[in-house]
Design a protein around this ligand. Structure first.
Ligand code: FAD
Length: 400
């Protein structure tokens, strides 16, 4: 039994795979905690193939606090006749720290039958190709950078539909302030044309970029890859922001990325991460779970980090301005519409509540939850009537 109170994704992958050769599609960093990650939706390298973590969430065991201050434990499931079904639904993307303290997550893929745990969740490919494509900044012009990002985004626009033949390939482009830009790729090695698909993807992203990338591919066992922890090289002070992209960024926005990442005045590190999305994530309806963003092609994560608290104000201000410039056309935020689909609650950003940074007029709750929000508010009012579980971006209970 996995104790959820301090479990990490790495522990979850290990226990499910060693026990039953199954997994829950979830994040790429093994030290991330299960507690907040799952409730926020959870996505990772297997999501194009198997969907979000919450697409396999069957129930939660949760300690809630009633109006009199009394704590009680509830098991809320997806069963149609479960009186607490709404509380289960709230955990399919409503975000951590809102309704109570989750002590267990119960997983079962919709439609799975029987009691054999080995048949209740997806089986990951036993082996994968792990590829790093490194593009040196040295020699990369603004034109080449533009081409690289456009190539990557266009490829994902063409390959994000459910059932796409490339669902078993997950690419993430790491634009950063360091010496190399990286394309991180995981390819299901059991696909008949896996090697060719991988080569074609690298060729499509690299076409006309103007620098020769270094390519390194290893044959990995899935579990070893999923649980490998990289040595920690990221400075401890961080600020992050995110967005869902329905369409590739415009050239103007990519030029802003280039200028920001090449800004000699910035002293910290910054990563702008374009994670491959879509596939089976987009096979689920926008109201089936609390994650309404079900037709995006990419997920974007801005993560700035720096070593010293003395630089907090300057560094936070820098990343705020950087992000605001990229989304300048929509009030500094990726407002749901034709091009974007708002933000991801597992990349919480308090600036979305601040009119200085969110000039869109669209409330923070719409950016994160869209049409799911009123239902989440009603569930919040029912199960946490005193607003015991709250934080800077927690769900506000429905009035009355
Ligand atoms: C290095 C890094 C890599 C990441 N990679 C990915 C990725 O690949 N995919 C992805 O989807 N996300 C990713 N994320 C984002 C990640 O999903 C969120 O940071 C998530 O909130 C982590 O959950 P946690 O429990 O570790 O965090 P915490 O900060 O501990 O918790 C986040 C929120 O959840 C609440 N919470 C925690 N545990 C419980 C519980 N048991 N019951 C109720 N509420 C709880 C907390 O109160 C808090 O409000 C990454 C983050 C980092 C820092």
């Amino acid at each position: 039994m996995l104790d959820i109170t301090d479990a990490t994704l790495g522990q979850m992958y290990e226990q499910l795979y060693l026990g039953w050769k199954v997994t829950v599609p979830a994040g790429v960093c093994p030290p991330v905690g299960v507690g907040g990650h799952i409730a926020g939706g959870g996505y990772g390298p297997l999501s194009r193939k198997f969907g979000l973590s919450v697409d396999h969430l069957y129930g939660v065991e949760i300690v809630v606090v009633d109006r009199s201050g009394q704590a009680r434990t509830i098991v809320a499931t997806a069963r149609p006749n479960d009186p607490h079904r709404d509380l289960w639904w709230a955990h399919t993307g409503g975000g951590g720290g809102n309704f109570g303290f989750v002590t267990k997550y119960l997983f079962r893929t919709p439609g799975a039958t029987g009691d054999d745990p080995g048949k209740l969740l997806p089986t990951p490919p036993p082996t994968l190709f792990m590829t790093w494509v490194s593009y040196p900044w040295d020699g990369l012009t603004q034109e080449g950078f533009l081409r690289l990002v456009k190539n990557h985004n266009a490829w994902h626009a063409a390959h994000s539909a459910p059932g796409d033949p490339y669902e078993g390939l997950h690419g993430a482009l790491h634009l950063n302030t360091e010496k190399f830009i990286y394309l991180e790729i995981r390819t299901d090695a059991t696909m008949p044309d896996a090697r060719k698909m991988l080569d074609d993807y690298i060729a499509a992203v690299s076409a006309g970029v103007g620098v020769t990338p270094q390519i390194s591919t290893t044959d990995d066992l899935w579990l070893a890859n999923a649980t490998l922890e990289f040595p920690q090289t990221i400075p401890p002070r961080t600020k992050s922001k995110g967005s869902y992209l329905r369409k590739p960024l415009a050239d103007r926005q990519i030029v802003e990325l280039y200028r920001g990442l090449r800004d000699p005045a910035y002293k910290g590190q910054c990563l702008v991460y374009f994670a491959g999305y879509g596939g089976q994530v987009n096979a689920v309806g926008p109201n089936a779970t609390a994650v309404p963003q079900r037709d995006s092609i990419l997920k974007l994560w801005f993560s700035a980090s720096w070593p010293n608290a003395a630089d907090d104000e300057e560094s936070v201000d820098w990343v705020r301005r950087f992000y605001q410039r990229v989304f300048a056309d929509t009030g500094g935020m990726p407002v749901p519409g034709d091009r974007y689909d708002g933000c991801y609650i597992n990349y919480p950003d308090i600036d979305s509540k601040d009119p200085a940074w969110n000039r869109s007029g669209v409330p923070w709750s719409t950016l994160y939850y869209k049409q799911s929000y009123p239902r989440l508010q009603r569930i919040k009012a029912k199960y946490d009537p005193n607003n015991t579980f709250r934080h800077a971006l927690s769900i506000e209970p429905a009035a009355g």
